[in-house]
Structure formats: structure tokens, C-alpha cells
Ligand binder design. Structure first.
Ligand SMILES: NC(=O)c1ccc[n+]([C@@H]2O[C@H](COP(=O)([O-])OP(=O)(O)OC[C@H]3O[C@@H](n4cnc5c(N)ncnc54)[C@H](OP(=O)(O)O)[C@@H]3O)[C@@H](O)[C@H]2O)c1
Length: 249
């Protein structure tokens, strides 16, 4: 599944699932544009990617800020040329009951998880047009399919991403640009660290996963690599669950 110099922009590449996808794509020959708000952490990921033989450039941006995305598009184009692969992965969660939620927190979750995918797609999909290949991957969640208390904003944002994925796939199919969502179950990252560290929550999560464990970020990395490859050329407008069987119950 070689990516042979294709340019891949990954948001939220500073850690967790974004870092794992960056290393998987970089290891397969992609040239990487690594995006988050933390340039130092991105530089460390870039270093790891270079050790795998990949070209990797760091771009500091807040994905919820329109002006920063417009600037990002100019910066990436001038350093790496047109983007072939866009992975909308940056995300955040605020765990709070709906009736206690502030509008500011609601807007942060929706802007980071959903509006960012619109802003980045609007800026970078034009790079893919007329070139016979393009990939947009949106990182949703099992919380788009099922939910838990304290996840109203998060579930709404991730379910919104699935609708966004379907509609964008229809708009871009004639260009041979595919648009696919990945819906991870529980993976051990900074986002889920408070749950994994709480013995009761950890036991509940393990019990809900038929395979009986947390996912490993590299498992999402390999799925993203497959979706970017030519082997996945007939997959678009859909969503792939990678959840150890949680949603099968
Ligand atoms: N871990 C799970 O179990 C799980 C399950 C389902 C779905 N997901 C989804 O997978 C994605 C990655 O999650 P993760 O578990 O890897 O979480 P994580 O370790 O907390 O990483 C989140 C990433 O998003 C970036 N980010 C957050 N807000 C941003 C902003 N405003 N602008 C730019 N970058 C921003 C962070 O970078 P900086 O802080 O450096 O800016 C970081 O790189 C998220 O969309 C999440 O909802 C995760």
C-alpha cells in the first residue's frame, strides 16, 4: 500500500490517533503536513516520521479558526505543493451533562470537531480536483452511532461528521475523490486517559468491548493507510467502525 510521494495533511497530528496515522502514512511514502496548535509536539512527531524516511513539515494552526485555515492552505501549498490526502482528525471532548453545558463549551466542541472539517475541506479539496485521485478521511466516533451520558455535544458533532461525509462524497465522486469516515471505539490516548485511569470506568469500557481491550492507535493508522491506498478506490460516502465489536451489541 505505497503512497509514493502523495501529500497528506493530518490535523491533530501531535499525539494519539493523528500521530499514529501520520506515522503509518509516512512509513508508506507519503509526504506529511502535520497540523495542530503545539509546534513542539509536532516537531517531535516529524522527527519520528523522518526516521521512517518520510518528508514531514510542521504547521501550527487552530482548526476552528477560519483565518488560520486560509493561511494554512497558503503555507502548505508553498512548502509541499497540492494536498492529495486530507485527514480531519483534530478533536476535543467536554464531558458534562447537557443541562450544565455552557454555550462556549458547546461551540468549542462543535467548531473543533465538525466546523473544522468544513473549513479544511473547503480549503484543500480544490488541490485534489482534476488530478484523478483524492482522499478525505473524517475521524468520527462510535459516539455518532450510540452514546453515553455527558456526550451531547460530542455525539452531535460526530454524527454531524457522518452526514457531512456522505454529502461531500456525492459532490466529489465525479472527480474520483473519495470521502470516508472512520468511527473508532475506545482507544488509549490523552483524550481517554482520564477514563482509563479510573478503575470503574476502565472496567466498564473493557466490558463493553467484545474483544475485551482498548484499541491501539496503530490499528487506526493501518486502517487510514488502507483507505488512502489505491486498494480502497471503491469506498466512498460511508463510515468504517473500528471498535472491537462495541456497536454490534
Ligand atoms: N481516543 C478515542 O478513544 C477516540 C474514539 C473515537 C474518536 N476519537 C477521535 O479521534 C480523534 C483524535 O483523538 P485522540 O484520541 O487522538 O485525542 P488526543 O490525544 O486528545 O488528540 C487530539 C488532537 O487534536 C488536536 N486538536 C484539538 N483541538 C485542536 C484545535 N482547535 N486545533 C488544532 N488541533 C487541535 C490536538 O492537538 P494540540 O493540542 O497539539 O493542538 C491533538 O493532536 C478526535 O477527533 C477524537 O474525537 C477518539
Amino acid at each position: 500500500m505505497a503512497l509514493n510521494g502523495r501529500v497528506a495533511l493530518i490535523t491533530g497530528a501531535s499525539r494519539g490517533l493523528g500521530k499514529a496515522m501520520a506515522l503509518a502514512l509516512g512509513g508508506a511514502g507519503a509526504r506529511l503536513a502535520l497540523v495542530s496548535r503545539d509546534a513542539a509536539q509536532l516537531a517531535a512527531v516529524a522527527q519520528e516520521a523522518r526516521q521512517l524516511g518520510a518528508q514531514a513539515e510542521v504547521f501550527r494552526a487552530d482548526v476552528s479558526d477560519e483565518a488560520q485555515i486560509l493561511q494554512l492552505e497558503r503555507d502548505v501549498k508553498s512548502k509541499l505543493g497540492p494536498v492529495d490526502i486530507l485527514i480531519n482528525n483534530a478533536g476535543t471532548v467536554v464531558r458534562s451533562l447537557c443541562l450544565d453545558f455552557t454555550l462556549a463549551d458547546w461551540n468549542t466542541v462543535l467548531n473543533t470537531n465538525l466546523t473544522s472539517a468544513f473549513l479544511l475541506s473547503r480549503s484543500f479539496v480544490p488541490h485534489m480536483k482534476g488530478r484523478g485521485y483524492g482522499r478525505v478521511i473524517n475521524i468520527s466516533s462510535i459516539m455518532a452511532h450510540i452514546s453515553l451520558p455527558q456526550r451531547t455535544a460530542y455525539s452531535a458533532s460526530k454524527a454531524g461528521l457522518l452526514g457531512f461525509t456522505r454529502a461531500l462524497a456525492l459532490e466529489l465522486a465525479s472527480e474520483n475523490i473519495t470521502v470516508v469516515a472512520i468511527s473508532p471505539g475506545p482507544f488509549l490516548t490523552e483524550m481517554t486517559a482520564p477514563l482509563a485511569a479510573d478503575p470503574a470506568a476502565n472496567a466498564t469500557f473493557n466490558a463493553r468491548v467484545p474483544l475485551g481491550r482498548w484499541g491501539k492507535p496503530e490499528e487506526v493508522g493501518k486502517l487510514a493507510l488502507y483507505l488512502c491506498s489505491d486498494e480502497a478506490s471503491f469506498i466512498t460516502g460511508t463510515d468504517i467502525l473500528i471498535d472491537g465489536g462495541w456497536c454490534a451489541q
